[in-house]
Design a protein around this ligand. Structure first.
Ligand SMILES: [Zn+2]
Length: 267
């Protein structure tokens, strides 16, 4: 077992222990579709984002002060000297999972899609979609947002966020739409080759800040890079992705508190 897997396994054990002793009914529930999910959560009502931190002790970080998403105020951002490099390649046969919260394409480590942040390697684990967007720019919400989640060997997380707006046909999304897992709990295989690089351009500018996972357990310490230029897709392509997910699966924006927003130019 690799170190990161050992750490995650240990975390899961300790979280399970914490939850089953909490006395809260919801915390003893292990959901079938996600090994890491300790209590059921959603985007509405008693299980909605306002309640996440109370659903289970393991979700207490959801009320932290470095949470995501945020509204990115373009006036407040300042340039940084952070460097990132993507090293993605075409893969085929990836799993496409409908986990009831989103639809997610999973990569395995052998597929070696890498992101390098200031000399540190992060492996692309998965990407998934939110409708509408989770981050907002100067208060403006976009049609959707894709999140490319990378994890380093020591367990740190870097996410690239890409806004999606209605517009030109998108070949990357088109390939996915042929294999959409229509029902919660369903997994399909994307038999066509896809390359995550297709969601980016050769030279991208990003907003950068320190935040969290946008779903429980809302783990903090996540490096966020939100692409300034939007990816386009047709109404039909967006509808094909969106219709199999909850009507809206965007966590509301969280307060910035003491954080700064940086800018990273020309990847
Ligand atoms: Zn996400």
């Amino acid at each position: 077992m690799k170190p990161i897997q050992s750490i995650i396994a240990a975390m899961l054990l300790s979280l399970t222990f914490a939850c089953s002793n909490s006395g809260k009914k919801s915390c003893t529930t292990h959901e079938k579709h996600d090994d890491t999910e300790l209590a059921h959560w959603g985007y509405e009502g008693d299980e909605g984002p306002e309640q996440w931190d109370k659903l289970c002790p393991a979700y207490s970080e959801c009320k932290g002060h470095h949470q995501s998403p945020i509204d990115i105020s373009s006036d407040l951002s300042t340039s940084t000297d952070i460097e990132i490099h993507q090293n993605y390649s075409y893969v085929s046969g990836v799993d496409f999972v409908n986990n009831g919260h989103s639809i997610q394409v999973n990569f395995n480590d052998a597929q070696k899609n890498m992101l390098n942040v200031n000399g540190k390697d992060f492996i692309l684990k998965q990407f998934h979609f939110h409708f509408p967007s989770e981050h907002t720019i100067d208060g403006k919400e976009l049609a959707g947002e894709a999140h490319f989640v990378h994890v380093s060997e020591d367990g740190h997380i870097s996410v690239l966020g890409v806004f999606i707006e209605e517009g030109e046909p998108n070949d990357f999304i088109e390939r996915l739409t042929h294999h959409i897992p229509a029902k919660e709990g369903e997994t399909t295989t994307v038999t066509e080759s896809i390359c995550a690089q297709s969601a980016f351009s050769e030279h991208d500018d990003f907003y950068v800040y320190e935040g969290s996972l946008t779903t429980p357990p809302c783990t903090e310490g996540v490096n966020w890079f939100v692409r300034k230029t939007h990816m386009q897709a047709t109404h039909e392509q967006l509808e094909a992705l969106h219709k199999v997910m909850p009507d809206h699966n965007n966590r509301p924006v969280q307060p910035l508190y003491d954080r700064k927003i940086g800018e990273l130019a020309d990847l």
